[in-house]
Design a protein around this ligand. Structure first.
Ligand SMILES: Cc1ncc(COP(=O)(O)O)c(C=O)c1O
Length: 409
């Protein structure tokens, strides 16, 4: 039998080092819990970056996977299959959309939206060919393709990967005046996360998205909300846009769309934007395959049937309010909505990495984002008792791991 350290050595030897994982080798998961190869149990507070909102290995999603995998997995879109139309019908009813384009990863959904809004700009808005611009936000995270990292302001994401795709403008997140100034007659779209996840759960000021919606409508700019992380219940609503009382023109979802069983993403839109795409202009061999669609249908069903979205609102509010009571002098700020919570450490806390390592040893898995922020985003099936378990681990680690070995207050 290979030990955990054998497996870590193998990974180091043969794998590209494009991640810096915690040294925990997981082998099994159920609900909010995961187990490592030595049988240790951990509460998962990352949920695979919000791809496992429904909890690990949800039995009803697993059943759909097994059942569909015994009948038909992949046809390509050269032929029709009997799952895709039902997925379309159900996701449109759930999200009030008119058109859907299924892809695989989140980054592909973002790329698809960029292509669609550019074509829309030329064919519908009348922007001169090759002049379309997409406005994005500083510190945004939309994925890892060349086009997307070219629009990013994160030096780690972009350095040495150029030359990049032109046609992007960057504005500060949360500043509607800056957006108003950046819009030109050639602006096709504004692409933005409702809450900046990878930046460290950054919430915009109240009223920001109402003004964004007004500006986009007034200037005929497509509002593209990247809900790949915030969507599907994570913030306590099906889509985070509901907190702001607005509707995007194009919504991007991924991650939990297939419950952590399968990569699947989708572009959801009104008729006008996705309506510009014609056969042959865009596609993907695996996009919209019957296995993905059957899994997504089950994943969406359990989200609503098992009241996971309400639970995210309820447990998230409790989690955040209890964290606020911890009163540690290493905590600079707590931010969150639903079960998307960030704890920002003071700059001299010694970095978030050692806190995530200590939390692992206390039975809780989370990951630092940037150097000073810990993010807590457990599966939406978490119970009150399990939140208490997380709070106990966090409180112990904050107490015992003060900077330079001193006790925090
Ligand atoms: C807001 C947002 N957009 C896009 C992506 C990219 O998704 P994927 O990793 O599936 O390409 C992510 C992934 O973390 C994300 O958080």
């Amino acid at each position: 039998m290979r030990t955990a350290s054998d497996l870590i050595d193998l990974e180091r030897q043969f794998g590209a080092r494009n991640y810096h994982p915690l040294d925990v080798v997981l082998t099994r998961g159920e609900g909010v819990w995961v187990w490592d190869v030595d049988g240790e149990r951990y509460l998962d507070c990352l949920s695979a970056y919000s791809a496992v909102n429904q909890g690990h290995c949800h039995p009803k999603i697993r059943e759909a996977l097994i059942e569909q995998s015994q009948r038909l997995t992949l046809t390509s879109r050269a032929f029709r299959n009997d799952q895709l139309p039902l997925f379309y019908e159900e996701i449109c009813a759930l999200t009030n959309s008119h058109k859907v384009l299924p892809m695989n990863s989140g980054a592909e959904a973002v790329e698809t939206a960029i292509k669609a809004v550019r074509k829309w700009a030329y064919e519908v808005k009348g922007v001169p060919q090759d002049r379309a611009e997409v406005i994005v936000c500083a510190n945004a995270f939309h994925g890892r393709t060349i086009t997307i990292v070219g629009s990013s302001t994160d030096p780690l994401a972009r350095t040495s990967f150029g030359p990049f795709t032109p046609g992007f403008q960057v504005v500060p997140f949360g500043n509607a005046d800056a957006l108003a100034e950046a819009i030109t007659p050639n602006t096709a779209a504004f692409l933005v996360e409702p809450i900046q996840g990878e930046a460290g759960v950054i919430l915009p000021p109240p009223g920001y998205f109402k003004r964004v919606r007004e500006l986009c409508t007034r200037h005929n700019v497509v509002l593209v909300l990247d809900e790949i992380q915030t969507g599907l219940g994570r913030t306590g609503k099906l889509l985070a846009e509901e907190h702001d009382g607005i509707e995007a023109d194009v919504t991007l979802i991924g991650k939990a769309l297939a419950g952590g069983f399968y990569p699947m993403s989708a572009v959801l839109s009104n008729l006008e934007v996705l309506g510009v795409l014609k056969p042959g202009e865009h596609g993907s061999t695996f996009g919209g395959n019957p296995l993905a669609c059957a899994i997504a249908r089950a994943s969406l069903r359990v989200l609503t049937e098992e009241r996971m979205i309400d639970n995210a609102a309820e447990q998230g509010a409790y989690f955040l309010s209890e964290l606020q009571k911890l009163r540690s002098n290493v905590v600079q700020e707590l931010r969150g909505r639903g079960l998307m919570i960030a704890l920002q450490l003071v700059p001299d806390a010694g970095g978030a990495r050692r806190y995530s390592e200590a939390l692992k040893n206390a039975g809780l898995l989370c990951k630092e984002t940037h150097t000073d922020t810990l993010r807590f985003a457990p599966p939406l099936v978490i119970t009150r008792d399990q939140v208490d378990y997380a709070l106990e681990a966090i409180s112990t680690v904050l107490r015992t791991l003060a900077p330079h070995g001193e006790r925090a207050g």
